[in-house]
Design a protein around this ligand. Structure first.
Ligand SMILES: Cc1cc2nc3c(=O)[nH]c(=O)nc-3n(C[C@H](O)[C@H](O)[C@H](O)COP(=O)(O)OP(=O)(O)OC[C@H]3O[C@@H](n4cnc5c(N)ncnc54)[C@H](O)[C@@H]3O)c2cc1C
Ligand code: SF4
Length: 508
């Protein structure tokens, strides 16, 4: 009996349970660098393919036979896999539970062709899908907080012996929302630069960069600018560096957006975590250890733990609960095309210009930039969720369908009708100028609600509540905005509608 072990490009861990179910002396591992995965930032491709090649090398060093298909040999993932199966004729194909729907479809089609496919449980999440489905059963809306508390209890993270949360509270968010003014009052602490250009110039990365440039010349970004760790050792080092240098202030400035400090105190671990170079539990326990050693305050550590045990697992659960229909969801009927400046960064709106330029350069923005600058604009402007989702999937180094879908469609665009967010994340310039320092370099005025120089976020914000007034009037979390809008004199409302229409007409 001989098996093949399929390792998808986002399952690069020696803890991969399909390896555990196989025998090194007998079975063969197959990895495929697919060229058919749509458009992607060059940094993202270099990161993924370099990590795959380094992982294949690690497997060989550990005694495994590896059939590795490089991008030049694999125009279609499924064809490369079928070719492998024909050559090796395994008794079965072992594979760890896939992370994405399309990967599951590939496995189904392989099984339909008569190959025995055996799936093993994932090591990349702490909440099994079935457990999440039980949690969601019968609920019209899901609350992340309920999932988070349940997961913390189950995993015993930041829990006291008496079953209560460490520090007596589940949530320290109120302490984690420092504004630009607070930051200045605190002496304007700056994080050490976390993205260093050309850090990653291993021979493997350089070869992959040259191939990516050859195969994907039209894609965004520069292949030689990949800055991410591509091995397990590198990823552990990056995690340690975050815990030592940025975690203590992670909580305080979690929501802050500074033009000259694009990563702030964020961890930058989503990309290696989503490829399997790191596992979620080790990230969480490293942070908990820092708290126990007195190196980082509870509010920062709880904030970080919440992102991983809470949000990361939650969006994964929502994805599997709602697929495949979730990708078609468009609860607000948004149909406008994505403006071209989402690629060129050529816009007079300074916040959008800076954030888009950063993602063009590095394939990264932090959470609040994604949610409250980019997502907020796409929501207010009524951009098609499908186009927005595809753009996010293309541009971010940590983007995978399982994590993007609920974040973009559910959280940012409210396209799922509020299934996973009780109110839309809509904000005017007041929010952006409080939490960021973009407005001082902008040709628009964040304080002007209408008239010449008025910030487009202000115009679109009220126009959004006007367009969707009936829907949001009955939601207790948004009814105040709708009644504030309705109380304004009709002439004022008409002027805002008119100016907003001009902004929208200019989005090409
Ligand atoms: C519109 C939009 C698109 C997003 N797309 C992605 C994506 O493609 N891939 C991705 O991993 N995250 C995505 N996120 C979630 C979050 O923005 C990123 O995980 C985070 O910015 C990655 O940077 P970091 O590693 O420095 O995270 P940190 O801010 O340091 O957070 C720590 C970790 O928590 C996890 N995390 C935090 N928030 C979320 C969340 N909402 N969903 C899932 N995991 C979370 C990530 O693993 C992250 O590495 C998106 C959020 C929004 C609003
Ligand atoms: S004024 Fe408006 S468009 Fe300009 S940076 Fe501020 S929020 Fe963005």
């Amino acid at each position: 009996m001989k098996n093949s072990v399929l390792i998808f490009g986002d399952q690069l861990s020696l803890q991969n349970t399909a390896l555990g179910a196989a025998e090194c002396e007998r079975d063969v591992v197959v990895l495929v660098e697919a060229r058919d995965s749509g458009r992607a930032h060059k940094i993202k491709r270099v990161f993924q393919f370099t990590a795959m090649r380094e992982f294949a090398e690690l497997l060989r060093e550990n005694g495994w036979e590896v059939d590795y298909r490089k991008m030049g040999e694999a125009p279609q993932f499924i064809d490369a896999l079928k070719d492998h199966l024909e050559r090796h004729s395994p008794d079965s194909l072992l594979v760890m539970e896939p992370n994405n729907w399309s990967q599951q479809e590939i496995l189904k089609s392989i099984a339909a062709s008569g190959v025995a496919v055996q799936t093993t449980p994932t090591c990349q999440f702490m909440t099994p899908r079935e457990e999440f489905f039980r949690f969601a059963k019968g609920k019209k809306r899901l609350l992340m907080e309920a999932h988070y508390r349940q997961a913390r209890k189950k995993l015993g993270i930041l829990m006291r012996d008496d079953g209560e949360p460490e520090g007596g509270s589940w949530n320290y968010d109120a302490e984690n929302r420092k504004t630009v003014r607070d930051w200045k009052k605190d002496g304007a602490p700056k994080p050490p630069p976390a993205i260093t250009r050309r850090r990653n110039q291993s021979a493997v990365a350089a070869a992959v960069a040259a191939e990516v440039t050859q195969w994907f010349p039209e894609d965004v970004g520069r292949a030689e600018d990949c800055w991410l760790p591509t091995t397990r050792e590198g990823a552990l080092e990056a995690l340690e560096q975050f815990i030592e240098t940025r975690l203590p202030l992670f909580g305080d400035y979690q929501d802050l957006m500074l033009q000259d400090s694009p990563t702030m105190f964020h961890s930058l671990i989503a990309a290696p975590l989503n490829l399997g170079l790191l596992l979620p539990m080790e990230c969480v326990t490293a942070a908990e250890r820092a708290y126990k050693l007195g190196h980082a305050p509870l509010a920062a550590v709880e904030g970080f733990v919440r992102q991983i045990i809470g949000w990361r697992e939650f969006v994964n659960g929502v994805y599997w609960l709602k697929m495949p229909d979730y990708l078609q969801t468009n609860g607000l009927g948004a149909t406008r095309k994505l403006p071209a400046f989402f690629y060129s960064a050529e816009t007079e709106m300074n916040c959008l210009r800076c954030v888009i330029q950063e993602v063009r350069d590095t394939a990264y923005n932090h959470h609040i930039q994604r949610l409250m600058i980019l997502g907020n604009f796409l929501l207010l402007a009524g951009i098609s969720p499908k186009e927005a989702h595809e753009w996010f999937l293309e541009m971010y180094v940590d983007a995978h369908e399982w994590v993007m879908a609920a974040n973009v469609l559910g959280m940012a665009l409210h396209a799922d009708g509020g299934f996973m967010a009780t109110k839309p994340y809509a904000g005017s310039a007041a929010y952006i100028s409080k939490m960021g320092n973009y407005c001082s370099g902008c040709s628009f005025d964040p304080n002007k609600k209408s008239g010449p120089g008025a910030c487009p976020f202000n115009l679109l914000y009220w126009d959004f509540y006007d367009r969707h007034a009936d829907r949001f009037a009955s939601n207790p979390r948004t009814s105040m905005m709708v009644s504030a809008w309705r109380k304004r004199p009709e002439a004022e409302r008409e002027a805002i509608r008119h100016e907003a229409a001009k902004v929208l007409a200019g989005l090409t």
